[in-house]
Design a protein around this ligand. Sequence first.
Ligand SMILES: [Zn+2]
Length: 428
Amino acid sequence: MTNQVDLIVDQIGQLCTIPAHEHGPQRGAKLGDLGIRENAAIAVTGGKIVAIGRRDTILEEYAAETRVTARGKVVTPGFVDPHTHLVWMGDRADEFEMRAKGATYSEIMAAGGGINRTVRQTRSASLLGLMEATKARLDRMLEYGTTTVEIKTGYGLDLSTELAMLSAIALLDAEHPIDLVPTFLGAHAVPPEYASQPDQYVEFLIQHVLPAVVAWKQEHWPGVLYCDAFCENGAFTLDQTRRIFDAARSFGLPLRLHADEFESLGGTALAVEMGARSVDHLLATTPEDAARLGASDTVAILLPATPFGLNITNTAPIKLLLAHNAAIALATDCNPGTAWCESTQMVLALATRTLKLTTAQALAATTINAAYALDKGDQVGSLEVGKQADLVIWDIPDFRHLGYRFGANLVSTVIKRGSVVFEQNLNT
Ligand SMILES: [Zn+2]
């Protein structure tokens, strides 16, 4: 007897299922378990995976109206990108030119550049304009194999623009195939109107913006909403970060943190102590903090496109993190200042070089571990029965090509919740 399903993905030469480990991320020495099956097929119904197995068995047991063939190539879960700043207006291409000619960050700031320039442009944009600019970036991400994306606010830094950014994320989540996860990052930078009063800005965030964000969530967002902060010299101190985190936690918002990008201020220890879901950047992380991360459930999100975008050679202490059994994930950090990069393929290729991860480790860090970093490990990030059918058919004969090759889009087909949402125009 055959069971009728919506879709069968057939003729998968190499299927990377990338399983969760004990209902959690792949950690330490166990990072890189791809759960490979050959000559496989996947049956999908109602947007979810109902069976995975050898293709002859699947074709015996299931029949589908739609059959997509992988033509003997590689299939993986769709990428999960757990750290982006995708909603913004304008660009900073001229600052990139200034940097190439030797200008320092403070010179660029003095010339009116930096985050606050994007803040000015984002504040003056309409909601529709913001959505249109963001949609173009999401389309590119989908074409490059990403099916779940976290997006932070933090280019408004006032009440109305921060809420507009959240609205843009919620509206795009409803209309775009990619699933979105919002994060409130009011503590991204001190806005110009509070330039000499950072503590007053933190009070403004805690007294006025956070309560409004929580009220917005109650009305418009049934899913998880995180609170993030940028703990760094020139952004927010450890004490200011703690105040913001205390307030966020009193409202029930789970935490994430930008820490140790340039200097270690103690943000990682604070985030681990407060049970943050992730600590991100980690270029200047101390050995003690690497051990703290390893002993915790906080995911270490590494962003190798950012030092590449800044043309600096700093890297996260990857060996220590893995030796301490930390859960590692990778993300694009896509933003207009340091890393305008929508491609997780590029991040994966960088991670296999600058972080010296194997392609298998980097693949687990961009799928199952990234899903756990967004509390979505039970829904996406691996190809297992009961999970969402979010997957990519790659135009490559072996998964190792994902680390080996770079700069070209290797995607053949993207399937989201069991529907084909992108197909590359291949002459094969
Ligand atoms: Zn960031």
